[in-house]
Design a protein. Structure first.
Length: 256
């Protein structure tokens, strides 16, 4: 039987104290994950070390950082570098989330620099891409997203492991509308054409227990990247349980 990898992950964005982060991580640390489920948690930078310590280095749950600078060190007040988040226990680096693109001048060029920085230090990049509502209304969803992927992966060898997440801007957050399975299928298919078939593509944007099954059943989708619905450990586990239930096989990629 070929083992399929389904990624289930959450970014806590700018939430959680250290005590809350520790309590959440302890719940996950006590879990037996179903075969094929690849869980990851991306705390705020302040909590990476705490969460990584609870989840133990090399454990089943990958710990990530929500962002890091492309330079290794220097006079960049307020920033943290890839070596620093790695030192704190991050093994994955989220790059290019739409909230960073919208509010923190995260350009395609910077996304690419950060992908290279992550790879230089052995972190798994998780590159987020997605179109705005205006771009979709203008019929530019596929062009926008494929251009973001192309730019992010510039200079990255085709065999290098990179995770991608399709996160339409209009689907994210409390005012978001989840994308339909058809919309996700079309964009993720286009992403895979540019990124290569071996690179897992996750979906994120108002994922909940209500829509997770339909999204996971898409053969193009290799997992879910969840915000609010996984901000408590019970929500995370419920989604991981759902993902572990039998479903049509997806091309999850070779990374586990
Ligand atoms: P929500 O699931 O809260 O819409 O957030 C998704 C997201 O941005 C994950 O990175």
């Amino acid at each position: 039987m070929t083992e399929q990898t389904t990624w289930i992950g959450t970014s806590w964005k700018m939430t959680k104290t250290l005590a809350e982060a520790r309590a959440y991580a302890r719940v996950l640390a006590g879990c037996d994950w179903a075969p094929g489920i690849r869980p990851f948690v991306i705390p705020p930078a302040t909590a990476i070390a705490t969460v990584a310590e609870v989840l133990s280095p090399g454990g089943a749950v990958l710990v990530g950082a929500q962002d890091a600078h492309w330079e290794d060190e220097g006079a960049w007040t307020g920033e943290v570098s890839v070596p620093q988040v790695k030192d704190a226990g991050a093994r994955l680096l989220e790059i290019g989330h739409s909230e960073r693109r919208a509010h923190f001048a995260e350009t395609d060029e910077r996304v690419n620099l950060k992908v290279h920085a992550a790879l230089r230090h052995g972190l798994l990049p998780l590159v987020c891409v997605g179109e705005t509502a205006q771009q979709r209304a203008a019929g530019a969803a596929l062009d926008t997203v494929t251009a973001q992927v192309r730019a992010a992966l510039a200079g990255v060898p085709a065999t290098t492991r990179v995770l991608l997440a399709y996160e339409p801007v209009w689907a994210i957050g409390e005012h978001g509308t989840p994308a339909t399975p058809e919309q996700v299928r079309d964009v993720v298919t286009a992403i895979a054409r540019v990124a290569g078939p071996a690179r897992p593509v996750l979906y994120g944007g108002s994922v909940s227990l209500d829509n997770a099954r339909d999204l996971l059943d898409l053969p193009q989708v290799s997992g879910l990247f969840v915000g609010r619905a996984a901000w408590d450990a019970g929500g995370f586990l419920a989604l991981a349980d759902l993902a572990a239930q039998p479903a049509p096989q997806a091309p999850g990629g070779p990374y586990s």
